[in-house]
Design a protein around this ligand. Structure first.
Ligand SMILES: NC(=O)c1ccc[n+]([C@@H]2O[C@H](COP(=O)([O-])OP(=O)(O)OC[C@H]3O[C@@H](n4cnc5c(N)ncnc54)[C@H](OP(=O)(O)O)[C@@H]3O)[C@@H](O)[C@H]2O)c1
Length: 373
């Protein structure tokens, strides 16, 4: 009992001292009349970022896969901030048809988008899993979905300029020393949870930089960031490993995070800084840590690689290829996923939706489709 209390006390002191060092967004800028989208806003860092943007008066769209969970978060944000303009839209970033549905719905309902925070993410899938698009699940959730979403929303972001795209990456990207562009999907080499996570986070930075290049002069900025080591559910949700040393590492990681990890409110600061601060107005193509510009890995700085990655992406999935073609040509032609889209937008019941989007197709991580999403 005494030992537990002492340990907790030491943890508290270390954490308090450690957190004083962390970067904070100092801008008090209001966002009345602006619209922000935050993916993965139902928990952790995304939830805190969404709350802050709502506090500043923005219309905030929580883009989340689990609607009841996100609605509870929206209700909490509304009661805490007094801003009633907080809404939930269903989005599963690991599923291309869903991403397309979401984008279509948002383009129909929102006249402007000023801030897009690409935050949703998973880590710790011990075994390689593929989505129904045939994409590796961690890469699909953390990267491909956001890649497609951003491209689909780009015309509206441009029309709403000045606008900002904020891509949540991680210092874990440093663990990728080389990229095999022909095996982004972990088909040829051995899959490991860290390799997949780290690669997805490197791709977030490369995408952010390539986008910034493409958007020069448009008034839309694109930056990426590491939020710090944050004590959220992301580690707790990581699947237990089959090997004892991996379990041991995870356990140590959990302990370290409980001592040195920031809380989610602090973890959201660099996102908020990039989304609102006056001092980063016009700053684009950069990587941030602790609300300051930082230097990512040398791979992340490779412009040629960023361009090749974009080209390579298109060959991974026929769906993605077609969608990207449509984006770049600025047209929306009939698409094989049109039936999913129609269902997403038609307000059908859960049972009716399940007929069109069979739940068996969904990955084990994905909660069932809910009504009203
Ligand atoms: N925590 C850290 O130390 C740390 C460090 C570096 C980078 N990051 C990055 O920060 C971001 C947020 O992580 P976090 O720590 O806040 O984790 P978290 O508490 O686990 O929150 C992750 C969020 O992403 C959502 N999400 C997961 N898969 C999704 C999908 N397929 N479609 C839509 N939403 C999905 C989750 O939704 P549900 O609630 O439905 O599960 C949740 O809202 C991630 O991109 C992560 O890589 C975190």
């Amino acid at each position: 009992m005494l030992l537990t209390t002492l340990t907790e006390l030491v943890k508290l002191v270390v954490r308090t001292l450690w957190q004083r060092w962390a970067g904070r967004c100092t801008s008090s800028r209001g966002l009345a009349g602006m619209t922000a989208i935050v993916t993965g806003a139902s928990a952790g860092i995304g939830k805190e970022a969404a709350k802050d943007l709502a506090k500043r008066g923005a219309r905030v769209i929580l883009a989340c896969r689990n609607v009841p969970k996100a609605q509870a978060v929206a209700d909490h944000i509304i009661s805490e901030t007094g801003n009633k303009n907080v809404v939930v839209r269903q989005l599963d970033t690991s599923d291309l048809a869903f991403v397309r549905c979401f984008a279509k719905e948002v383009l129909q309902t929102e006249d402007a988008i000023h801030i897009l925070v690409n935050n949703a993410g998973i880590a710790g899938k011990q075994m390689r899993e593929v989505t129904r698009d045939g994409l590796e699940l961690t890469m699909a959730t953390n990267y491909y979905g956001h890649f497609l979403l951003t491209n689909l929303l780009l015309p509206r972001l441009k029309a709403s300029a000045p606008s900002r795209i904020v891509n949540v990456s991680s210092a874990a990207h440093f663990f990728t020393w080389q990229i095999n562009l022909k095996d982004l999907n972990f088909e040829k080499r051995t899959y490991s949870t860290m390799a997949a996570y780290s690669l997805s986070k490197l791709c977030n930075i490369l995408f952010s930089a390539e986008l910034a290049d493409r958007l020069q002069g448009s008034g839309v900025t694109s930056n990426s960031l590491h939020p710090g080591a944050v004590s959220t559910d992301i580690i707790a949700r990581a699947e237990n490993s089959t090997t004892w040393w991996r379990r041991y590492c995870l356990h140590i990681g959990d302990i370290l995070l409980s001592i040195f990890g920031k809380d989610s409110e602090l973890g959201a600061q660099t996102i908020i800084h990039l989304a609102v601060a006056e001092e980063v107005e016009g700053v684009t193509g950069k990587y941030f840590d602790e609300c300051k510009e930082a230097i990512p890995s040398w791979l992340a700085l490779n412009n040629k690689l960023a361009k090749s990655l974009k080209e390579r992406l298109a060959s991974l999935s026929p769906n993605l290829l077609r969608l990207l073609d449509e984006c770049s040509k600025g047209r929306t032609s009939p698409h094989p996923t049109a039936r999913y889209e129609k269902t997403c937008l038609s307000g059908k019941t859960l049972a009716e939706r399940s007929e069109v989007l069979p739940l068996t197709f969904l990955s084990p991580m994905t909660p069932p489709l809910m009504e009203g999403g």
